[in-house]
Design a protein around this ligand. Sequence first.
Ligand code: NAP
Length: 337
Amino acid sequence: MKAYELTEYGPPSSHGLGEVARPEVVAGEVLIRVEAIGLNYPDALMVQGKYQKRPNPPFVPGRDCAGTVVAVGDGVDSVAPGDAVVAQVFSGAFAEFVAAPLERVFKRPDGVSSVEGAGAITVFNTAYVAVVIRANVRAGERVVVTGAAGGVGAAAVQLAKARGAEVVGIVSTDAKAERVRALGVDHVVIVSDATEDGLKNLFKTEVRGLWPDGRGVNVVVDTVGGHMFTAGLRGLGFAGRMIVVGFASGDIPAAKTNYLLYNNLSVMGAPLDIHFAESLSEIREGTDWWLSLMASGRCKANVEKTVPFDELMDGLQALLDRTAIGKTVVTLDTSAT
Ligand SMILES: NC(=O)c1ccc[n+]([C@@H]2O[C@H](COP(=O)([O-])OP(=O)(O)OC[C@H]3O[C@@H](n4cnc5c(N)ncnc54)[C@H](OP(=O)(O)O)[C@@H]3O)[C@@H](O)[C@H]2O)c1
């Protein structure tokens, strides 16, 4: 089968499409014929060896895919050949076939295409961890999402809206603002000065200024890190919750604990992967929820662009270059596989 097998870490342009053996399905696994692959920022980090986990090459990277089940291993009875599914694996998705552990495979409802499912799974599951499991956003709360046009950001905006929150999206350009408005956000704030002082001022005046009571927001879901995180703490009101999702800025910030004490704040991490190991039932419940929202048209996968399999690495480069708006999904020609 065709796959991107990494022989050594390097920039996206250093990796090419080649031939590898089709994986054998073993007990507890599901063999999926891949129709669509969703690209994520962590994939771009992974191929460079900059992700927090660094498997030893050679291996096939890639985490999000959707397609059709072609075989199941012993002990698998909840899906069967022919079922439409979406999966989030640790690696192996940049291939025509992937053998996925059953717990990471989800039935795709009618109304959710393979492109939408592949474009959504990591970002919506991450947003679910952030918005529901960690922040426990409630109806009427004020929620700020940073990097709101990004993959996780756009999903967090929609899930917070689905929980009944009033949502503010922070973005860097007018084009990204348009994108986020189309997702139903209540307010958009565009960053004009990304310095530490510029961002602090943005939270102090533009975010807090959205409400005349000046009480600040209940939750910040931060995908950017760096100065955005530090400034975001200034936007939180009494007992506010800062949810750390990622560091798209490349800068891992430190929290000044006197500020947490002063305003009774909490800072919480929202890691997706560990929830598969430690709290699988919560993740499966969340996936079923957002897939049902998507099937009924109440949220969108935010897929902006589809590219063919041989342009996958260009898609990852666009994430690193910050030129991608919305999700990029790779589509595979399954007529020959
Ligand atoms: N917690 C988890 O389990 C988990 C899961 C998936 C991803 N993540 C992490 O979450 C973060 C966001 O992931 P994503 O998939 O949403 O990424 P993405 O689609 O690339 O979006 C990231 C957003 O961050 C903003 N940004 C600000 N400074 C940036 C910079 N220097 N370079 C690139 N983007 C920058 C961009 O928006 P503006 O241009 O509008 O500022 C961009 O839209 C990443 O750090 C990723 O590793 C964490």
